[in-house]
Design a protein around this ligand. Structure first.
Ligand SMILES: [Zn+2]
Length: 90
């Protein structure tokens, strides 16, 4: 609604057309970004799989602090060489 107020109220038809065009191009830009994001996520997963296959993991157990200070630490298993965790791909 605020955007609509920026347009000339005397040319309501033109204002609506301009807003609809703006919506169209923003939706298209978002769709393109989603496609690009999905491509990057796939590339990231492929890179992680490559790391999993290449590294001769040396698994170690440790504890990490919980975000809630009053709760107990959380156990974690990680590779000392590549730093993957047992929840990297979960
Ligand atoms: Zn490793």
């Amino acid at each position: 609604m605020e955007i609509a107020l920026q347009y000339d109220k005397n040319n309501l038809k033109d204002s609506i057309r301009a807003i609809k065009n703006s919506i169209f191009f923003k939706e298209r830009a978002i769709q393109q970004l989603k496609i690009e994001l999905e491509k990057k996520e796939n590339q990231l997963q492929e890179t992680i799989y490559n790391l999993i296959n290449v590294c001769k993991h040396k698994w170690e157990d440790d504890y990490i602090d919980s975000l809630d200070g009053y709760k107990l630490s959380r156990p974690i298993r990680y590779c000392a060489k590549c730093e993957l965790t047992d929840c990297t791909n979960s």
